[in-house]
Design a binder for this molecule. Structure first.
Ligand code: BG6
Length: 457
């Protein structure tokens, strides 16, 4: 997706880290960086050097230069990040008048945090009174101004990660925040009336979902790696466009690439008591590993239930075939007590047996050893009873396969992102289209696989 080069003013009082974070942000956005201090006319420099505060009249010519630099960068298409205090609304309005596409990233901090930052600067001593007067002058960004505030009480790189994620995000309702999660990865945090959730942009990966008043129904390993390009262990990884190992390419990542790359948050809105997030990923992000042109939209609805819907559109001129799965890790108190109902009358593929095809068992699935089975040609609701009276149900549309997985002790021990006993607290019941249920789309066609997860006590 080609987006216009960003035009950003990183603003804030002295000590907020405008220059450091501004330069890092410019690097991350691949645009030039300019410190507005260097644009002051000579007369202002002389005045400041002699300790005389600048007046608004002194600042107008300087702000005109800031606006000009931003507007020139816009016209040239190069984009620009400028570090500029821009403490007052009128100053910002003047910059916006010159460069209408500009956005402000306001670095905010408490008096104590800012004071400590200033104390740490050997070349720069600012008496507390001066910081207080700057904070008194500061007019926060108002709702009708383009931009947002970023808290500086975090490592500079995290402030940059948060800024980049928020610059790429749509307008957010108050119940949705973008921040930085484990491993410095950007995360969308949802706190709605009916439920809360966290979704990492990497993989559009739901790592927790808690209906109001309950703890997360999704299991996450305490040992999961959180790093760019590495799969997370737990939550709901999206497997796409293949499941398990790639058919022909031994070097291709297991379960496809969708769980390894950053998705974009394209919409966030409140729908009644629920919060609906829509994430997008297109072929342009992954041209080298998937030769088809396609578009995916993934809708996550957070409330008393968790809704997941993956829509895939074929934008190519040839048909394409893909597998997909919501690799849902559910948390259970003890795997030995779990039963999974819904598939009693169906034969299944046991990926651990030879031959793998087995007849229907006639009773709910229990897990008493390593389990890795696939049910094909079914859209039956899965009901997972955990032995305490709690049942999780997963109903689906557009899905014909279910996968049930628990690695048990030996396999879990061989996986660095599984704690020694963690396998007893999880079961994967996956909503999928795999093997003979893979989806083929003609050019222009769209397919949606959806799941609704609910729990009753
Ligand atoms: C399951 C597969 O869906 O995912 C298993 O059926 C696999 O075979 C498991 O081991 C975990 O996969 P990964 O790549 O996340 O370790």
């Amino acid at each position: 997706m080609s987006t216009a080069a960003e035009q950003i003013v990183v603003m804030g009082v002295s000590g907020s880290g405008k220059s450091t974070i501004g330069a890092l942000l410019a690097d991350a956005l691949a645009v030039p960086f300019l410190d507005a201090d260097g644009l002051h006319p000579q007369a202002n420099i002389v005045k400041m050097a002699s300790g005389v505060p600048l007046t608004d009249a002194d600042r107008w010519p300087w702000l005109a230069l800031v606006g000009r630099a931003m507007s020139d960068a816009g016209a040239a298409g190069t984009g620009l990040v400028i570090a500029c205090s821009a403490l007052k609304r009128v100053y910002r309005d003047a910059i916006v008048a010159a460069a209408p596409n500009v956005r402000f990233v306001h670095l905010t901090g408490t008096f104590d945090v800012l004071g400590n930052r200033l104390k740490g600067r050997s070349e720069h001593f600012m008496p507390p009174a001066l910081l207080r007067s700057q904070l008194a002058t500061l007019e926060e960004l108002q709702a009708d101004e383009p931009g947002f505030a970023v808290d500086i009480d975090q490592p500079a790189l995290n402030a940059v990660t948060e800024s980049v994620a928020r610059l790429g995000a749509p307008e957010l309702p108050a119940s949705v925040l973008i921040g930085v999660g484990a491993g410095g990865l950007p995360v969308v945090r949802v706190n709605g009336r009916a439920g809360a959730a966290e979704v990492y942009l990497q993989g559009a990966h739901v790592t927790s979902w808690s209906p109001a008043g309950a703890s997360s129904a999704l299991w996450m390993s305490d040992f999961s790696e959180f790093a760019p390009g590495k799969p997370l262990r737990g939550g709901v990884p999206i497997c796409f466009p293949w499941f398990g190992p790639h058919d022909t390419d031994a070097n291709a990542p297991a379960h496809g690439f969708a769980r390894l790359v950053a998705w974009r948050l394209v919409q966030a809105r409140e729908v009644g008591d629920d919060i609906e997030l829509v994430f997008g990923l297109t072929d342009n992000d992954l041209r080298s590993t998937w030769s088809y042109r396609f578009e995916t939209l993934y809708t996550v609805t957070v409330g008393a239930q968790l809704g997941l819907a993956l829509q895939v559109r074929n934008l190519d001129v040839v048909s394409m075939t893909f597998a997909e799965a919501f690799h849902t890790y559910l948390t259970v108190p003890d795997i030995h007590a779990v039963t999974v109902s819904g598939f009693e009358d169906l034969g299944f593929i046991d990926r651990l047996a030879e031959p793998p095809a087995l007849d229907a068992e006639g009773h709910p699935v229990t897990v008493a050893a390593e389990t890795d089975r696939i049910y094909l040609g079914t859209n039956a609701e899965a009901r997972i009873a955990d032995g305490t009276g709690r049942t999780v149900s997963i109903s689906t549309e557009g899905s014909q396969s279910r996968v049930i997985w628990n690695p048990w002790s030996a396999k879990a021990a061989a996986m660095p992102d599984f704690g020694a006993e963690e396998w007893t607290g999880m079961v994967c019941v996956e909503t999928a289209n795999v093997m003979s249920d893979q989806v083929t789309l003609a050019p222009g066609e769209t397919h949606t696989m959806s799941a609704v997860i609910a729990q009753t006590f």
